[in-house]
Design a protein around this ligand. Sequence first.
Ligand SMILES: *Cc1c(COP(=O)(O)O)cnc(C)c1O
Length: 419
Amino acid sequence: MKGYLEFLKRSDPEIYEALIGELNREQAKINLIASENYAPPVILKITGSLLTNKYAEGYPGKRYYSGCEFADRVEELARNRAMGLFGSEHANVQPHSGTQANMSVYFSLLKPGDTIMTMDLSSGGHLSHGAKSNFSGKLYRVVHYGVNRETEVLDYDEIRAIAEAERPKLIVAGGSSYSRLIDFEKFRQIADAVQAVLMVDMAHFSGLVAGEAHPSPIPFADVVTSTTHKTLRGPRGGFILARAEHGEKIDASVFPGVQGGPLMNVIAAKAVCFKEATKPKFKRYAQEVVLNARVLADKLASNGLRIVSGGTDTHLFVVDLRPMGITGKEAQEILDSVDINVNMNEIPYDPAPPNITNGIRIGTPAVTTRGMHPEHMDFLGDLITTALEKRHDAMALAKVRSEVQGLARSFPIYHEVSP
Ligand SMILES: *Cc1c(COP(=O)(O)O)cnc(C)c1O
């Protein structure tokens, strides 16, 4: 490993410096971005392994190239582990990302112009759920449901009424910034009432499902999509779980439908990630992620900040900054200046544009991987509050920054890994 860095330093100092810079950045900042995590060293190594060399278009036993015997073994293991971990009848582990997984499902079940029903972006949805700027918003007729304006949680009677009026062919449950449990059984009933297919996008909370810190959508959904790099803490990528009846169509939709050769190095890392997620240690991790989120949300609320929907059941929550008189963009910048990373995020029915917003999203998967416990969430909650409240006081900000740096130093992420 050292050898490669020495080589890179001489042969490509620009990339070398960016890699070292990123390593230092990850170690030095406190990361509360809800979609990020730190992959364990073994995952980093496998993602950088020689499996990147192999073309394995097709599926195990049905490849278009020779020499795929080890690729087949790797993909079989990954598929079987995914099915075992989540209890599903079919798995496709080839999608390069969560968006590719969603695209493959849409292409396998829908025709252009069909109606899909999804959660709107400001309520917590995702771009790949029909945003105008995304392929999904261009190819399909999109109708949205959202959270109730008062409670800021999903209203299943309203979702049912929209479904009955609009007759979607596909209903999508799940999102990127909805902090509450989703009632998958109710979604199943709604889908059945209008003869729609139910897809659950668990990109964010799949690690919590694996660790039994969140209900599983598998018994209720026809198809489930996910990423592997968020709460699951694996390599950057996606996968699809489905009832057996949809398996063949979905496989054909991933390849040759929307992708070429699979990233076998990433699929091997996914296999290891699925195995890690069956261990008691991972279950403890998932439980602690949720506990940490609840403690941090409670702390901020007790400091007077407004948490959307009043709290969280998951690994994330959204803070409404309007009472503080700052925008999401400003809060993101203030917190970045004290070495805390969050992302600006729309609040439900946000009147501000998406590149300004009135909220920030906060998540605990990364800090929990770092080893932080509820008492550190209390401490962080006070630091965040002070930074936002005293944003015009340079001395106060400098003090917060030095506390944040001290906290980061006491929780090193990687001990021996080169970037
Ligand atoms: C993150 C996310 C995705 C997509 O993930 P990418 O790997 O970035 O394409 C899809 N759906 C939801 C709900 C997400 O949060």
